[in-house]
Design a protein around this ligand. Sequence first.
Ligand code: GLN
Length: 309
Amino acid sequence: MTAVGTGRFGAVLNRIEKETAELRERGCPADYIPGLAGADIRRFGMAVAEPDGTVYGVGDWRTPFSTQSITKVFALALALSLEGEQIWRNLGREPSGNPFNSLVQLEYENGVPRNPFINAGALVVTDRLQSLTGDAAGQVRDLLRAESGNPAIDFVPEIAASEAAHGDRNAALAHFMASYGTIANPVPGLLAAYFRQCSIEASCADLALGASFLARRGVREDGSALLTPSQAKQVNAVMLTCGTYDAAGEFAYRVGLPGKSGVGGGIIAVVPGVCTLCVWSPGLDRRGNSVAGVSALDRFTTLTGLSVF
Ligand code: GLN
C-alpha cells in the first residue's frame, strides 16, 4: 500500500473537508448501541483508494471506527464467492423502502428478507457463511486484513457485547426467520457471529482498500479473483439500490454511486474502474446514514463528474 497525502483526487478531498465542516455539527451518533453513543460527531475522515493500491485521504482517514453494516458488503462478497447463486435461495435483492432493522416485510414475504444489506438479509448471509466456513465473522475480518494490508484490523469485544445486550430487535428478526426455516444455525450462535462481524474496527484507508476488488471487477489485491466480473457488478448493483436502506433512492440521486453505510458513521462507495472511497463522520440522520458522509460523497461526484450515470 502506498500512502500519500495527495493523489489524483487530493485537491478535491481537501476542498470537501473544508466544505463539509459545518455539517459536522449535525446528526446524532447511533445511541441504540450504547458503545457507539459517545462518538464525537465532529470527527471526519475521507480516503480514496485507486485500483493500483495507492491510498490517500484527509482528516481522520487513518482512525479506526466501528464498521457496522459496511461489513455486510464483505460478507455478501464472500458468500457469493463460495456458493454463487445459491446465496439467493432465501434472500431477495430489491430495495426494502423500510428501516434497516424493520420486521414488517418479513411476515408478508414468508420470512425471506428483501435484500442482503438490511439486518434480516445480513443475518441470512452470515448464517450461510457460518455454515460454509464455521467462522463467518473471522472470514470477514480476514478478508479486510488481506485486502487492506493491515493485520491489526479486529473485532471490538466491548462493542459486540454492547450490541448483544441491546440486541432484541436483531434477535427477533433471527428467531422469526428461524421459524420459517430461512436460517439454519441456532439463533444464539448466529447472533454472536453477526455482532462480532459488526464490531470490526477499521479506518477509511482500510475500508477503501478493502473494497477495491469492487472497483477491479472482482480482482483481489494479490491478483486472484474473489468474484467474477459479473458478480462484482451484481454486488455493486445491490449496493446502489439497497446500500443505504430507506434512503437508497436519495443516495443514488445525490451521489450516483454504489454505496454502503453503517451506523458507526462510515460509508464506502465505488467508482468502478476508477477508485473506491470511504468517508467517516459519526453524526447520523434519522435513517442511520452519516450526514457529513453523504454530503462529502455528493460533493465528490459533483466536483469530479464521476458517477455510474
Ligand atoms: N450492528 C448494527 C445492527 O445490527 C448494524 C446496523 C447498521 O449499521 N445499519 O443494528
